[in-house]
Write a protein that binds this ligand. Structure first.
Ligand SMILES: [Zn+2]
Length: 223
């Protein structure tokens, strides 16, 4: 079962357009190409010949193999680096700077497109491919590009968990498994054994919309 409201097309990283001169942590660079692999179908699941620990996440799902060389070449603003997206989602890191995401007793800070939010307005859970943000990056983005206020909302999220994974779904064929479709699967879906993942989906369960200016002012006083 696909997670409710999950978009099959994870969108570009939020920070790509607002932060002029700053390349978000999860943005892919032109030097970071997909690496050649030989796919296998051992033990009734998709695999690589010569697998190494980075190839699978903690759920045992296989991930796309991609070079890791941020800062080399040119940033590809429309593209998300799958392993950095995975890292930020697993460790609750800011998608823009890669540092810890902002967390208060009201929860972790997320920025999301207004359209994305309005697809599942509160209190429905939101399924998002976007990692969270830190307050500095969020405030900087809004200051640099005031029109973002109209298109983006900030939420504080008290309860969230990884719910799904997006990638290419393979079938076992000879001589190599073959990609059939691009899917967003729930983590509980047994077909994840045949997925070559490229992004995690996070379910934001308990959240509320917050005002970024007020957040910045309040934190400025606390610190
Ligand atoms: Zn940040």
């Amino acid at each position: 079962m696909a997670p409710a409201n999950a978009s099959p097309t994870p969108t570009r990283p939020l920070g790509t357009f607002p932060l002029r001169g700053v390349v978000p942590y999860i943005t892919a660079w032109s030097s970071e190409e997909t690496l050649r692999t030989t796919l296998t179908a051992h033990r009734n699941r998709l695999g690589y010949e010569g697998e190494h620990p980075l190839d699978r996440d903690k759920f045992g799902i296989l991930w796309r193999r991609i070079g890791i060389s941020p800062g080399v070449g040119t940033p590809e603003y429309g593209a998300v680096h799958s392993l950095r997206q995975r890292r930020t989602m697993l460790r609750t890191l800011c998608q823009v700077c890669g540092g810890p995401a902002d967390q208060t007793r009201d929860g972790v800070l997320w920025l999301m497109g207004r359209a994305e939010y309005e697809r599942a307005p509160w209190p429905a859970p939101i399924e998002s491919p976007h990692p969270p943000v830190c307050l500095n990056c969020a405030v900087q983005a809004i200051r640099l590009c005031p029109h973002l206020r109209d298109h983006y909302i900030a939420v504080r999220v008290r309860r969230f968990h990884l719910s799904g994974v997006y990638g290419a779904l393979y079938v076992p064929t000879l001589p190599e498994p073959r990609a059939t479709t691009v899917e967003t699967l729930a983590l509980s879906d047994r077909r994840t054994a045949w997925l070559q993942a490229s992004q995690f989906i996070m379910r934001l369960v308990d959240y509320r919309v917050v005002d970024l200016d007020a957040e910045a002012a309040a934190q400025g006083k606390e610190r």
